[in-house]
Write a protein that binds this ligand. Structure first.
Ligand code: ACO
Length: 328
């Protein structure tokens, strides 16, 4: 008897955004900035911010329910949960376990992964392996964040960038691929370019300047250059691994950090911006949630159709980056 690996496919997508919207004009009253500067340098117009007490898992619950509804699966069919986030509700139980409880699912493996903005791509890659090896038959993959909790609202270089939200997909086995390949990278050498340096082990002590380092610190310009270069090379890597020409891609579903980074990746693919799912203007950078939020937007408004070829990519603190080539 020969052992044949299965494939995984996306059976359904879902997303959710908190109600409150913070516009660039609102930010003009908080830090020295302007709507024009933010739009020109980032493409962001507004972002959603979680209400007081609203957590990452609170945002993930409706996103997960929508993905399950779209996939036509009941809670008791989910047999693996993987949750990408860098803003968990608490140290433990992990967000996957908290989500499992909220969805009324009992006794399946549930775990969270943290790779900053690339967490969803990492989670998707791991879930794909579980399905392909027959370890799971119905995986719930989530990317959700409340980045607003770790933003220094007095620092104009980061306060303008981030927002909150959640996205999810349900993966099921299939005879034909689905997920054709995933590609993951980390270079810890760049750990000091983008970080949030607090944690139970390192502690919550004030830094040398007397400030509590509870916030995102970013050398934006350096991160920008590495992001453009790394995402350009992962596009080549992904196409080469599948023996495909860039013309084969129907939709680019990129991490929504900055419209200029997105445009650079689209240019690398010779893709017109009409073939790129862009939500950065309305969502800002929602870290792990950004790719599944954009994917769900493209699916629900009918642009992304079954059978089309999608290139998902993300880049974030670590530095981490990753891609997924998907026949939707
Ligand atoms: N409003 C007005 N002026 C500003 C603002 C602001 N909000 N922020 C910075 N400036 C000023 C700077 O002080 C600087 O002024 P100077 O020339 O007088 O010194 C000038 O604008 C240019 O600043 P830069 O930092 O060089 O601006 P840049 O064009 O690089 O844009 C940005 C900054 C938007 C942060 C960009 O570098 C970027 O998007 N970087 C990548 C972000 C990213 O992809 N992160 C990864 C994911 S995040 C994660 O993993 C959690």
């Amino acid at each position: 008897m020969t052992f044949k690996l299965k494939h995984s496919r996306i059976a359904g997508t879902g997303s959710h955004l908190p109600e409150k919207v913070l516009t660039n004009t609102d930010l003009e009253k908080m830090v020295e900035t302007s709507d024009q500067w933010i739009q020109e340098r980032t493409g962001i117009r507004e972002r959603h911010i979680a209400a007081q007490g609203e957590t990452t898992v609170d945002l993930a619950v409706p996103a997960a329910r929508r993905a399950m509804q779209a996939a036509g699966v009941e809670p008791d069919e989910i047999d693996f949960i993987i949750f990408g986030t860098c803003t968990p509700d608490q140290v433990f139980p992990n967000c996957g376990a908290l989500l499992q409880d909220r969805l009324g699912i009992r006794n399946c493996p549930a775990v969270s992964v943290e790779a900053a903005c690339s967490s969803f791509i990492y989670a998707l890659s791991i879930a794909d392996k579980f399905i392909r090896l027959g370890e799971a038959k119905c995986a719930l993959v989530v990317g959700a964040e409340t980045l607003s909790r770790i933003v220094d609202w007095t620092d104009r270089s980061t306060a303008i960038l981030f927002g909150d939200g959640a996205g999810a997909v349900v993966l099921k086995p299939a005879d034909e691929p689905g997920i054709l390949s995933t590609h993951l990278h980390t270079d810890g050498f760049y750990k000091d370019l983008l970080y949030c340096p607090v944690g139970p082990s390192k502690g919550f002590h004030a830094d040398e300047s007397g400030r509590m380092p509870l916030f995102i610190h970013m050398a934006g310009n350096e991160v920008f250059k590495i992001a453009v270069k790394s995402l350009g090379s992962i596009v080549d890597e992904t196409l080469a691994a599948n023996g495909l020409d860039k013309s084969a891609i129907d939709w680019l579903v990129p991490h929504q950090a900055n419209i200029r980074i997105i445009q650079a990746t689209a240019k690398k693919l010779d893709m017109p911006m009409e073939k790129v799912i862009v939500t950065v203007a309305e969502h800002g950078n929602t870290s792990s949630a950004s790719v599944p939020l954009a994917l769900d937007a493209g699916v629900r408004d009918g642009r992304i159709k079954r059978g089309q070829l999608l290139l998902l990519e993300a880049f974030g603190g670590g530095l981490t980056w990753g891609s997924a080539l998907i026949r939707y």
